[in-house]
Each structure stands twice: as C-alpha cells, then as structure tokens.
Design a protein around this ligand. Structure first.
Ligand code: PEP
Ligand code: MG
Length: 935
C-alpha cells in the first residue's frame, strides 16, 4: 500500500493553489484541474479539495473517524474561502454558499452526487435575497437546495423506476394548484410554499428535521459524496471502465456562483473541439438564467454558444434563421463581451493542456467563472482526428499522438455504416441531433433493465427513452444505439454514448414516447416494443425498420495514424483468417500475414461436409484415404485462394483441430438426412455419433491427437498446403506457408506430426521436382507444452500461443461452460476481468514466459506469436511485446487495434528506457559531485 499523506485538504482560489494538474491521484481529475486553472490565471470560484485518501479512510473506518481527521483543515479552508469571497458561512446578512462535488481520478460523468447552494436556511435565504436584490432567485436556490440535499444526503431519491421523487410530486401539485405549466411561472410566494412543503416531506419520510446548521449541511454533503462512490451506477461504471474501487473520490467544495441570477447570468458546457467529429471548432451549449444541472438534464432545450454552431443547429432542426436569431440566440450574440472572454479562456486551456478540453462555466451577473476543465470524452473518429491535427499544429509529438489513442475506441471507426442504396429506400421517422456517430439497427426497448434482458437473449436493441439518466447506464451499454426525445448534444445520453462509442440520436422532439403503453409515435406511425428502427448517429436521422449496413473504409487521418504504428511498433500484426475474403479485409487493415487459418471451417460447405462425413464413417485407413482424396483438391483450392490474397506474406495454416463429432448431426432429422446421402441406415449414423461422443470433448480426441491417430488426415492437409503453394509459385505468386500442429502436449506428439508433415512435403517436392520455403511449428495451448517448451522446440520451428485453450486449461474453466459463472465471478470481484478476453498475465502469463524462455534456450531465434483471442486485446498485446514476440494475430477488424497497441507498447518501452538512463546518469553525476565535495 502506498504511504498516506498527512495533508487532507488542498486550497485554491485567487490565482493561488496548493495542488496542481499532476496531482490527479490525490485530488481527483476535477480537483487537480481546478488548482491548475488557478495557477494559469483562469477565473475559478475559490474552494478546496478533500483528497481521495480521505474517501478510502471513510470507507475503511467510517464517518466519525473521517470527520475527525479533516475537521480542523476543513474549518480553516472554509475560513479562507470566506476571506476571498468577502462572505461568511452561516451568516444571516452576507452568507457564503458552497457547492460540493465529487471528482475521481478518472472522469465518471454523472455517476456520483453533487450538492449545490449549501449554506441556505430560513435566515440565510433572506440575506441572499437582499444581497442579490432578487428574492425569487434566493427562494429558487433554496428550494433547489432542499430537494438536492433531501435526495442526495437524506436518501429520498426514488429507489425504483415505479417510485416518484416526493419533491417532484410536490412541484407538480403546486403547479396544478397555481394553474401554471413551467417552474419559472411560479411566484416567490409559491417557492416559499414549496420549501415549506419540501421540509414537511423530509420530516415525514425521514423522521428528521431538515438541517439548518450550515456545518451539519456541509458534513452531510461531503460524506454523501463519499457514499456515492459506492452507489450502484458508479460501481457499474467502474466495472465497464476498469476503474479500481480502491481509488476513491475526492470532494471539491467551492464558493457558489450563480447562473440563475437573472438574464445577465447563464451556465453552460463547452468543448474546445468537436467531440463527435474532431473538427477544430469551439462549440457548446448554454442556458440563460439557469443552474448547471438544467443544461445536462434535458429539461430545457439549450442554445448554442457560437453563432456558427447555432446556425448549424437550426439547419438540423429545420428552424429558420429568423426564428433562430429571435428565440435561440447564441452566447456570441447574446453576451458578446463574456463570449470573447470565454473564447480566449478555452484557447488558453487547450494550449495549456494540449488536448481537447470539456469545460463547464457559469456567468454570474456578467462575470465569467470556470467550474471545470478536463480532457473531453470523444468518439473514436474525433480521438484520431484531434491527435493527428495536434501533431500537424506542432502541439504534440507523433509518439504522444500514438499514446493518446485508446486502442479499443478504434473499433468505432471500423464499424459498419448504412448501405447507401438501402438508405435511399428508408423512411425517416424523426430528426434528432447527431449525438454520437455510427449506424445502429435494432428492436425498440423502453427501459434500461429490460434492455439488458433482451440483449442477454441475443436481441439487437435500440434503447428508446424520453431522456436518459445515469441509472440507464447498463442498458445503454448493451444497446446497439440510443434514441432520446429530449436533450441536446451535451445531454446525459449524448455524452455517455460518445464515451461508449455508441450510436446515439438525442433530442428527437417529434418522436412521442409513452412508457406506459410502451409505444413510440413518430411521423404518424406507432411502434411497439420489439419493432425495428434504425438510427444514424452521424446525421441524427431515425428510420423505420431494419437497414442494411456496410463495412467502413480506412482513410485520411486514420491511415496516417496507422502509418505511425508501423513506424514505431516492433511486433508485427497478423490476422486470424479462414477465407480469402477475410484475408483481404485484414490486409486492407494492415495485417502483415496470417497467424491462424483454422482449416476445419473449410469442411462444412457443400460437398465438403459429405466427403468429411465419409471419412468419419470409414471403417479403416483405406476408407479414410478414399474420402480424403476427395477433400484434397477442395482444400488445395482453398489454400491457393488464401495464399494468393496474402501473397508475399507468411500464412500459418493449422491442421485439423476440433473433435470429429462436430462434423456429424446430433438431431434425428439431421441423422436421417445424412444416412440418406451416405446410403446407410439412420441407426448406423446414430451409432457412429454415439461412438464419437465424449464427456469432455475440449479435452478429448482433438488437435494433434487426431492427426496422430489418423495420420492420413495430417498427410492430406500437408499435401494440400504445399501443392497449393507450389501451384502459386508456378504463377509467379510467392506463398510462405507455416504449418502448425495444434494442441501439442509432449515432444513425441509433436515429433510424430512433424515427421508425417515433413515426409509428405518431401514427397510432394520430389513429385513436382520443385520446392518452396516453409516452416513447421506448433501451437502452445496445453500447460505441459509450455513447461516442456525446450523439448518441444527441438521439433517446432515456431510457437504460436493458443491462449484460448491455454486459458481454459490453466484455469480449468471450460470455454463452453464458463459463461454460467463468469458473470457472477466478475460481479463478486473474484475475477477482475474475463480471462478469455484479457490475458491473465499473473497465471497464464507465467506459462507463456516460461515457454518463451525455454523455447529460446533450445532455438534462440524461434519465431513466437499468439493467435488466441487475446491477440487483439490491447493489454495482452503489450504483454506479448514485453516478452519479445515476433507477432500477434487477431481477427481482421481488430488488426488496427492490435497495431496501435503494439506501437504504444514500443513507445512506452522506449520512454521507460530513456527515463531509466536519465535516472542512472543523474545518480552518477550526484556521486561525482559528492566525491568532488569530499576532496
Ligand atoms: C486457441 O486455443 O487459442 C486457439 C487459437 O485455437 P482455437 O480457439 O481454435 O481452439
Ligand atoms: Mg485452441
């Protein structure tokens, strides 16, 4: 465990700060940046940050202990805020109001709790009313505070979707009584009545009075923010984003500034570049006379900050320029002076952080305050474009651009888009905002928890909501796309979907959603739960029905980024491909060879399965050979196709691996059909199927065990591979076959296969009077093979780690059955990640390390690769790099991800080596200085 710091509270304000941007671990992202903004002269309301370590202490030792630990420091900090603001906490005349916000190391937008307007009570509200000269504003702030505090600190938030927020019920009742539609139509007296009713509700529900002492309010809020680190949605978010629970959250307490003080006040969210496309254009949304939560809650339609943004928005919404200018003016038009300051500030911040920033700001009575800056979440496309633009603008290096990429986010660039022809026929139902790009097609589901159930049953779903909230996170995660009727580009749905790289259309106001009847009505048509719709997250269009999608093309900035990966990566990236088409797709993505061709996939189509079944049914070697003769030309043609697609690059072909029962039908109907084709009785087939059945087929008669019991299978495949390569040679095409033996466990098993393969190859060379370069190697999938890799390397010219099987056998988790308990294991924290997705470096990794060391002892330049699913997983790719692998191999669409991960691993290693060298040099010079001094 790391050593804990003695200091627990860090102050900032008035251009000074005790923290800075490098202290994210201790102060959280928000706290570190609030400090940093002060240091670079950006206007930030003064305040202080309670460290993440206090959260951990709170979780371990409880409330009393945590408060005792920080009490004196917090009291001192509040005093300093009072001094800067010229106000007094708890004062009747000139009260200091505070905001209390969470802020973890990694951004977790909307997952934890916030309390605003803290410090208000029946007396302070009068003080605020007098001071601001705006009684309505004072009471509006007070009623918001009581509701927020009641929900967050006093636990009155509804626990289920059926329950209603008691405060919302009161608001609705009051509006009905007063016969008004909007909150803003309520008078000051109405708001006073609302506060009275709110407090009565607090007493009724909790049995406690609403706390009037500001210090009680402050401690309650700070502890509630710590509690929210452990709320369900934060836990789900952490799991999805691999954020450890031990990190804890910091708490940021700041002087309140108000965006709802009248028409000269506003609040908003802005991005220094477009988070969806990466375009270098300042953009964002704001609301006049509103508090922060109004912008993201999707209750009021926010306006655009820039004039250009406002014009683009109006075009999308089909609003005339006249109407836009009158009803939806940009901040640039409405408050030109503050806008200019905001524009300059965003430039300053981006230049300082050298990355796209996501800002929150408030304008109080014409004065601009920045409440937050952070590196903005962005789509995969924006991630690539922004980094490459920053390289061109000479703001970051090429290496930095590589490190800025999240490899898995590249997926978004590689996902299908709508087929143009199919799209021409499609019927547009509604137009919303292009909140998160991509194309999605799926069945409508209205509730997040039900979305999970539908997805679990294998349905592709579109989550359709009036608006989303953090409670909907898990449902959003499983959806193909998200559609909301309300909310702008910075609404919860939009921000979260972009972060997830998920297609989202927000604010499709003409679509009417009814949760009760579970219907979506748009363009005069009504759609039920389960009906199909399609979304274009890049244009904001919502379509009726299912629409065909096509694969995207790789070009532009993405191509440049991929070129960079080639420049820096040490490992090659191959692909797992069984057909010429897959090989071509992978090659277009930059695959540098094939690391695994699973030949069994070639035995299913058309006549092949008949010949295969003939071989399985054969009673003796001769019968099998007869059947294999029929398979030979088909296999050879398949290999020719693949070798041609991968000309000049190595192609690893694996000999038959799965147990034979996979090639015969297990149902009566299928068996009858097979009997008819084979000219035997159904009973005969049934008996054969029973004979082939095994208790544990994954550990049974498969891999090289098949080839060693039926050598003629390996013989035929080796012949097909080499004949195909020689045929291509004749046509002037270079094939580089690498023949791979699956599931080797002992040297003898390997050697026997090697002998069969090599003698067959020798025969073919003799028959053809020709030859070709080739290799014979093995997969390392069985723990014993890893442990005896020195022996196996005497026979194998290369190793390819089959980490799917190696994980299965090391954990003893069946690949077929693990799904039943893995989710529970992940939920209970028994496993941190699914080891079939992310390589278990501690356990399986040890076997890999041993195998590499032992293999290299026997054959120093032995070629080493990986072809299990982990070959496309970034952290596993990095692990392979550290062990000096020659290549990783993964499915075609993961090739760019693996290339990026491989390049990042090299860049990181280079940087670590440099740092190590620098540390050594400074140690040496320090020693020299010491010696000199002694002399
Ligand atoms: C493996 O086991 O990792 C592998 C690539 O082989 P398969 O998935 O075909 O068993
Ligand atoms: Mg395997």
């Amino acid at each position: 465990m790391s050593k804990k710091t003695e200091k627990h509270v860090y102050l900032f304000g008035d251009g000074k700060a005790e923290g800075n941007a490098t202290m994210k671990n201790l102060l959280g992202g928000k706290g570190a940046n609030l400090a940093e903004m002060n240091l670079i002269g950006v206007p930030v309301p003064p305040g202080f940050t309670v460290t993440t370590e206090v959260c951990t202490t709170y979780n371990e030792k409880g409330r009393e202990y945590a408060i005792a630990q920080i009490k004196a420091e917090v009291e001192d900090a509040v005093r300093q805020v009072e001094e800067i603001m010229g106000t007094k906490f708890g004062d009747k005349v000139n009260p200091c109001l505070l905001s209390v916000r969470s802020g973890a190391r990694a951004s977790m937008p909307g997952m934890m709790d916030t309390v605003l307007n803290l410090g208000l009570n029946d007396e302070a509200v009068e003080g605020i009313a007098k001071k601001s000269g705006n009684e309505r504003f004072a009471w509006d702030s007070y009623r918001r505070f009581v509701q927020m505090y009641g929900d967050v600190v006093m636990d009155m938030k509804p626990a289920s979707k059926e329950e209603e927020d008691p405060f919302e019920v009161i608001i609705d009742e009051l509006k009905e009584e007063k016969k008004v539609e909007k909150d803003t139509d309520l008078t000051t007296d109405d708001l006073k009545e609302m506060v009275r009713r709110f407090k009565a509700a607090v007493k009724k529900v909790t049995g406690q009075d609403f706390p009037t002492n500001p210090w009680d309010q402050l401690w309650g809020s700070v502890m509630a923010v710590f509690d929210s680190w452990m709320n369900d949605r934060a836990i789900v978010y952490r799991r999805l984003n691999n954020i450890p629970a031990e990190w804890g959250t910091a708490v940021n307490v700041q002087a309140m500034v108000f965006g709802n003080m009248g028409d000269n006040s506003a609040t908003g969210v802005a991005f220094t570049r477009d988070a969806g496309t990466g375009e270098n254009i300042f953009n964002g949304e704001y609301l006049i006379n509103a508090q922060g939560e109004d912008v993201v809650a999707g209750i009021r339609t926010p306006q655009q900050i820039t004039l250009e943004g406002a014009k683009r928005w109006a075009k999308l919404q089909n609003i005339s320029e006249k109407e836009r200018a009158a009803n939806f003016p940009s901040l640039e038009e409405a408050m030109p002076v503050v806008y200019k300051e905001l524009f300059d500030t965003q430039e300053k911040l981006e230049n300082h952080y050298k990355d796209m920033q996501d800002l929150e700001f408030t304008i109080q009575d014409g004065k601009l305050w920045l409440l937050q800056t952070r590196n903005g979440k962005r789509t995969g496309a924006a991630m690539v474009k922004i980094a490459m633009d920053l390289v061109r603008e000479k703001k970051i290096s090429k290496r930095e651009a590589l490190l800025r990429q999240e490899p898995n986010k590249l997926d978004e660039l590689l996902h299908p888009v709508f087929d143009k022809v199919a799209l021409e026929e499609a019927v547009v139902l509604a137009q919303g905002l292009p909140a998160s790009p991509g194309a999605a097609t799926g069945q409508i589901v209205f509730h997040a928890d039900e979305a999970e159930e539908w997805a679990e049953k294998g349905h592709k779903i579109i989550l359709v909501r009036i608006e989303t909230s953090p409670e909907d996170l898990a449902g959003m995660h499983v959806a193909e796309g998200i559609l909301t009727a309300r909310g702008g580009m910075t609404s919860h749905a939009a921000v979260v979907a972009r972060g997830m790289g998920k297609c989202c259309v927000s604010g499709a106001g003409t679509a009417k959603i009814n949760y009760k009847t579970r219907t979506l009505t748009a363009a005069g048509k009504t759609f039920k739960e389960g009906d199909w719709i399609s979304l274009n997250g890049s244009t904001g269009e919502v379509y009726e029905g299912q629409i065909k999608t096509i694969d995207p093309e790789v070009s532009g900035d993405f191509g440049e980024l991929m070129d960079l990966t080639n420049k820096y990566a040490k490992m090659l990236v191959r692909t797992n491909a069984d057909t010429p088409h897959d090989a071509e797709v992978a090659r277009a993505f930059g695959a540098q060879g094939i690391g695994l061709t699973r030949t069994e996939h070639m035995f299913f189509e058309g006549e092949r399965i008949v010949a295969m079944r003939e071989m399985i049914l054969a009673e003796d070697v001769d019968g099998r050979k007869e059947a294999l003769k029929k398979l030979l030309p088909m296999q050879r043609a398949d290999f020719e196709g693949i070798f041609e697609a991968m000309h000049d690059l190595p192609v690893t072909v694996r000999l038959l691996d799965p147990p034979l029962h996979e090639f015969v039908p297990h149902d009566e109907k299928g068996q009858k059909e097979m009997a008819k084709v084979m000219g035997v009785t159904p009973e005969h087939i049934k008996a054969k199927v029973e004979e082939l059945s095994e208790f544990n087929p994954m550990l049974g008669h498969r891999g090289c065990r098949l080839g060693n019991t039926y050598p003629e299978i390996s013989e035929t495949q080796a012949r097909a591979i080499i004949e195909a390569a020689l045929n291509l040679k004749k046509r002037g095409i270079v094939a580089k076959p690498e023949i791979m033996i699956p599931l080797t466990g002992t040297l003898k098993e390997m050697k026997m296969q090697e002998d069969i393969v090599r003698s067959t190859i020798a025969k073919v060379f003799e028959e053809r009077n020709d030859s070709i370069d080739h290799m014979v190697g093995t997969m390392i999938e069985v723990p014993r093979a890893a442990l005896t890799a020195d022996e196996i390397a005497t026979s194998a010219e290369f190793f390819s780690f089959g980490t799917n099987d190696l994980t299965q056998m090391t954990f003893g988790y069946s690949r077929d059955d693990a799904g039943k308990f893995l989710k529970v294991y992940l939920d209970k924290g028994i496993l941190k990640v699914d080891p079939f997705q992310e390589l278990d470096q501690e356990g399986v990794g040890q076997l890999i390390k041993i195998a590499c060391e032992k293999g290299r002892k026997t054959r120093p330049n032995i070629k080493i690769g990986i072809c299990g699913e982990h070959g496309g997983d970034p952290s596993s790719v990095e692990f392979c790099h550290t062990l000096g692998f020659n290549y990783v191999s993964c499915s075609p669409f993961r090739v760019p991800i693996a290339r990026l991960a491989a390049a990042q691993a090299s860049v990181k290693e280079e940087a670590a080596k440099k740092a190590c060298k620098a540390a050594k040099a400074s140690k040496k010079s320090a020693k020299k200085d010491k010696k000199k001094k002694k002399k």
